[in-house]
Design a protein around this ligand. Structure first.
Ligand SMILES: N[C@@H](CCC(=O)N[C@@H](CS)C(=O)NCC(=O)O)C(=O)O
Length: 261
């Protein structure tokens, strides 16, 4: 059976879970909740990140690669539109979701939850964070205008990628607001889907569990930095702060070696 190395608090693991639920594929969750499980994770992903997926003899990591694999291997209940232009649009929106949308979420997470003291050191930060979120919402309102879904005619990988980020942003106090009626209606439609409700229940249970764990995988003393998240920090003027965090060991980068799988 498919095994998913998962932490239901990760938007990337949630993207893959949504794809599996939508496709109706059975899978075993191999949940990574603690830092002591990091070695286990490194055995299936040399970057030490969730999600990773094991299917038969194949070990696959990176949510976009996993979703592309699921589409190729299990094409029934397609999550990519049939039309080439709509497929390209779907992939573009997935990429934007994994990039700019994730960055807006990370800025919120850092400034409001993980390092609230940053607001004293960088008084302009709250406005920059709000602007990043507003920019994402305005962009998505334009993209969903006149459509039921972001690409093609049915739930796609674009939805699976965007939903975890948007549901968290709304949950932590960034409402989409009445000026974006189409995006609001899309979220309401999506929240009625069984896959989305199952994923949300998983995320709530994982959040409750994380409160009881002594060495949770994600915690504010050890923040993982990578890819476009680093670009996002540089853009809001937190480059020197990031170097300092890495120097102090409260921030870290993925391992430089790809040799562990
Ligand atoms: N590009 C990767 C990103 C995955 C990723 O960033 N995962 C984070 C959680 S959201 C992680 O596992 N971080 C490891 C850590 O914080 O120790 C993907 O799409 O799967």
């Amino acid at each position: 059976m498919i095994q998913l190395y998962d932490n239901p608090l990760s938007p990337y693991a949630r993207k893959v879970r949504l794809a599996l639920y939508e496709k109706g594929l059975e899978f075993e969750k191999h949940e990574i909740h603690t830092k002591s499980q990091r070695d286990e994770l490194l055995r299936v992903n040399p970057r030490g990140e969730v999600p990773a997926l094991v299917d038969g003899g194949a070990t696959i990591y990176d949510s976009a690669v996993i979703c592309a694999y699921l589409e190729d291997r299990y094409p029934q209940v397609p999550l990519l539109p049939a039309d080439p232009v709509e497929r390209a649009r779907c992939r573009r929106l997935e990429k934007i979701s994994d990039g700019a949308v994730d960055v807006a979420g990370i800025l919120v997470f850092i400034s409001k939850m993980m390092r609230p003291e940053l607001e004293q050191q960088f008084p302009e930060l709250p406005a920059k964070v709000t602007a990043a979120v507003e920019d994402v919402y305005d962009f998505l309102e334009r993209e969903i205008a006149g459509r039921q879904v972001f690409a093609g005619e049915a739930f796609s990988i674009a939805e699976a990628a965007l939903l975890p980020h948007l549901s968290v942003l709304v949950f932590v106090g960034y409402p989409i607001g009445p000026s974006r009626p189409q995006l609001t209606a899309w979220l309401e439609r999506m929240n009625q889907r069984e896959s989305v409700q199952r994923d949300m229940a998983d995320a709530v249970a994982a959040f409750e569990k994380s409160q009881t764990i002594a060495d949770p995988l994600f915690d504010n003393q050890h923040l993982h930095w990578r890819d476009q998240r680093i670009e996002g920090l540089l853009q809001v003027g937190l480059g020197a702060w990031l170097l300092d965090e890495i120097e102090k060991g409260t921030g870290f980068l993925p391992p430089p070696s790809l040799c562990s799988v």
